[in-house]
Design a protein around this ligand. Structure first.
Ligand code: PLP
Length: 442
C-alpha cells in the first residue's frame, strides 16, 4: 500500500473534514497555504506542551508550533492563566489601558533599539507600517528586498510575480549580492530596505552571512535608506533582543510577531523615535500617519504578551530551546551519517531539513552543510513526501521542511523523533518515493 493510501486509510475523519472544507476554502480546502498537504493534512483537535492530537485520535510530537509562535509550547500555564484572567475582565475595551504600557515596557527592556513601539494585529501589518513610516520619514517611495526573504502576503511584502500584486516601487535582489545592493542604494531613491531576521525562511533556511548583513546596514545608513529588520520569527526566539541582538545589529526599525504575544495574534513595530515620530499627530493635518486598527493592543493579547515576555526576558527559555536544537541536530546527523543518507538537520531552534550533497558537516552553530542557497532550498517535494511518512510515525512537521522547537520538547521527544526520521527515510527510499543523491558534490 502506498504511503498516501496508508495515510487516507488511517485518517477517515480528517478525510471527511477535508471533503467538507473543499466546498468552502478555495486553496485546496485549507486556510493558509502552508497547510496544504498531499492528499490532505490531519485535522487537529487539541494540543498541549509538545503534543498535538488529530480528529482520528492520532497523537503527534508537535513541530509546527503555531508557525513558530509557540516557543513556550502549547498551553503554557502562565499564558493560559493570563488569558483566562483577562477574558473575564474584558477582551476588547477599544480605549487605552495599562496592559499595553506594561507590555511595551517589557519589550523595551529587551530590545535596545526600541525607542518607540507600535502594536498591530499581526506581523505583516507591522511590516506594512514600517514601510509607510520609512517613506514618510525619507520622502522617498522605493523599497528594496531580497529574494526568498518572506515578510507577509501584502503587495509590497510578497513576491512581485504573484498574480494581483501591485508593487511598482519594489525591487528584489539576490541575497548576498553586495554589488547589486550598492548599485540600488547609491541611487538614493530607496525609502527602506527589508531583511528577514536570521536569513530567508523561518530563522534562516538560507542564513545571512553576518558580514553581508552588517554591510547592508552600513550602506543603508550611508545612502539615507531606512533599514527594517523583520524579526517576526526570530524576535524573542533567538534571544531576548532577537537575532539582531545576538548579532549586535542596530537596524532603524525592527518588527516582531509570533513569540512576542505567547501565541496570540500580534505584530510590533519598534525603532528610532524620529522615524516612528511620523505617527505623531502634528500640524498641518495630512502631514502625519494616522494608525487605526480594531485589534491593536487588545487587552487579552497584551495579557498573553506580558506573560510570555516575562518568561522570555532572561534568555533562559531561548538557551534551553537552542540546546534542544543542538541535541536534535547532533543526534539526527550522527544517525543519518551512519545510515549513509544525504539528509542533514541544521538551524538553531527552528531546525531545517536538508536534502542534497553534503559539502561539509553541519557545525556547532547549526550552519547548513553547504554554502549554496539552491541546495538549501532544494528537495521541496521529497520533504513533503517525507512529512507524510513522519506523520505516520507520529511526528507533525512543517511539511517535512522544518522542526520548530519549543521549551516543551524533551530529550525523549527528540530521540523518538530521530528514530522516526531514520525509519521514515528508510521506508521512503525502500518504496522508491524518495531517491538517493550522490554523497558529495562532484
Ligand atoms: C519573517 C516573517 N515576517 C512576517 C511574517 C508575517 O507575519 P504574520 O503572519 O503574523 O502576519 C511572517 C510569517 O510567517 C514571517 O515569517
Amino acid at each position: 500500500m502506498s504511503i498516501i493510501d496508508e495515510f487516507v486509510k488511517s485518517h477517515p475523519r480528517s478525510k471527511q473534514l477535508h471533503e467538507r472544507a473543499l466546498a468552502h476554502f478555495a486553496a485546496r480546502g485549507v486556510t493558509h497555504v502552508g497547510r496544504i498537504w498531499e492528499p490532505f493534512g490531519p485535522y487537529m483537535t487539541h494540543a498541549q506542551g509538545s503534543r498535538i492530537w488529530d480528529a482520528d485520535g492520532c497523537e503527534y510530537i508537535e513541530y509546527r508550533n503555531g508557525h513558530g509562535a509557540l516557543i513556550l509550547g502549547h498551553g503554557h500555564p502562565d499564558v493560559v492563566k493570563a488569558i483566562q484572567d483577562q477574558v473575564t475582565k474584558g477582551t476588547l475595551c477599544s480605549a487605552s489601558h495599562e496592559l499595553e504600557i506594561e507590555w511595551a515596557d517589557l519589550i523595551k527592556g529587551m530590545v535596545p533599539t526600541a525607542e518607540r513601539i507600535e502594536f498591530f494585529a499581526c506581523g505583516q501589518e507591522a511590516n506594512m507600517m514600517g514601510i509607510r513610516v520609512a517613506r514618510a520619514f525619507t520622502g522617498r517611495t522605493k523599497l528594496l528586498k531580497f529574494e526568498e526573504n518572506f515578510h507577509g502576503w501584502a503587495d509590497e511584502l510578497t513576491s512581485p510575480s504573484v498574480p494581483g500584486v501591485v508593487s511598482k516601487e519594489t525591487r528584489v535582489i539576490p541575497m548576498h549580492d553586495l554589488r547589486a545592493l550598492e548599485d540600488e542604494l547609491s541611487t538614493e531613491q530607496y525609502a527602506v530596505v527589508l531583511t528577514e531576521g536570521g536569513g530567508a525562511h523561518m530563522s534562516g533556511q538560507v542564513p545571512w552571512d553576518p558580514d553581508f548583513i552588517r554591510a547592508a546596514g552600513r550602506l543603508a545608513g550611508k545612502h539615507g535608506t531606512i533599514w527594517l529588520l523583520d524579526e517576526v520569527v526570530t524576535g524573542f526566539r533567538d534571544g531576548p533582543a532577537g537575532w539582531g541582538g545576538l548579532m549586535g545589529l542596530k537596524p532603524d526599525l525592527t518588527t516582531f510577531g509570533k513569540s512576542v504575544a505567547g501565541g496570540m495574534p500580534a505584530g510590533v513595530l519598534t525603532g528610532r523615535a524620529d522615524v516612528m515620530g511620523m505617527l505623531a499627530p502634528r500640524t498641518p493635518p495630512g502631514s502625519w500617519i494616522p494608525h487605526s486598527g480594531t485589534w491593536n493592543a487588545m487587552p487579552v493579547v497584551c495579557a498573553a504578551g506580558i506573560a510570555a515576555c516575562k518568561l522570555l526576558r532572561s534568555g533562559s527559555v531561548q538557551r534551553q530551546v537552542n540546546s534542544t536544537g543542538a541535541y536534535m541536530r547532533q543526534t539526527a546527523n550522527k544517525a543519518l551519517r551512519e545510515c549513509g543518507y544525504n539528509w542533514r538537520l541544521y538551524g538553531r531552534s527552528i531546525i531545517h531539513l536538508y536534502f542534497g550533497p553534503v559539502d561539509f558537516e553541519v557545525d556547532d552553530a547549526g550552519n547548513p552543510p553547504t554554502r549554496d542557497a539552491r541546495k538549501m532550498l532544494a528537495g521541496g517535494e521529497e520533504k513533503q513526501r517525507l512529512g507524510l511518512y513522519l506523520l505516520q510515525h507520529g511526528i507533525h512537521t512543517h511539511q517535512g521542511r522544518m522542526f520548530i522547537l519549543s521549551i516543551a520538547h524533551t530529550k525523549d521527544d527528540i530521540n523518538r523523533t530521530v528514530d522516526a526520521l531514520v525509519k521514515a527515510l528508510g521506508e521512503a527510499m525502500a518504496d522508491g518515493s524518495i531517491g538517493e543523491l550522490p554523497a558529495q558534490t562532484p
